[in-house]
Design a binder for this molecule. Sequence first.
Ligand SMILES: Cc1cc2nc3c(=O)[nH]c(=O)nc-3n(C[C@H](O)[C@H](O)[C@H](O)COP(=O)(O)O)c2cc1C
Length: 200
Amino acid sequence: MYTLINGSQKNHLSNSRYFLDYISNYLDDYTTYDLMYSKFEDIINSVIKSNIIILAFPLYVDSPNSLTLKLLDYIYDNKIDLSNKKLYVIINCGFREGTHNITALNIIKNWANKVNINYSGSILIGAGEIVGKKSYSYITSIAISKLKKFSICIKDNKTSKDIITTMDLLTNKLYCMFANSSWTKRAKKNNLKKNDLLIQ
Ligand SMILES: Cc1cc2nc3c(=O)[nH]c(=O)nc-3n(C[C@H](O)[C@H](O)[C@H](O)COP(=O)(O)O)c2cc1C
């Protein structure tokens, strides 16, 4: 049995959830949780019953976001026994290059070592805001094919290397143009103008 944990505060609307839903297409007998403080006990009960845990979260300031860190602390502080379980990790960040997620991954590997869970591989996704949306599928095929490879590894119960995806099809300049146009569109939806987004 698999427990899939989405550590993003954006819950079911997050990119992390999109990646977990993608992977779950390859699995049977799984439960997916959007992380909330009030659900910690339910999630831990599911983790205890599972042999494979898949943890997805966003990168916040080169680290796991605080909600995810809270769960990791909760497991460590309560000495929950995770030995004989496998852990796969998905980290996504805003920058184009998946390498930005490496520090956060090292934090997870250190934690995994302390709680005795078998760290079994990761995918570190750059440009998560684009790769995590179906509407951009015409430029995300390389990252999605790596996600497929990672999903098959999990399904086959194999250890994966740490896979890194970078939005190679866009230069930094083009990527900034994409980001700026999406912020402007979102501002418009909220009755704001582009100038309203600037710090005065
Ligand atoms: C407070 C905050 C800090 C962030 N810090 C980083 C960062 O250090 N590096 C980065 O590349 N992206 C950073 N991001 C961008 C998120 O990682 C990115 O938007 C991600 O796709 C969100 O994933 P989610 O939808 O699963 O929550 C940050 C976002 C927020 C809100």
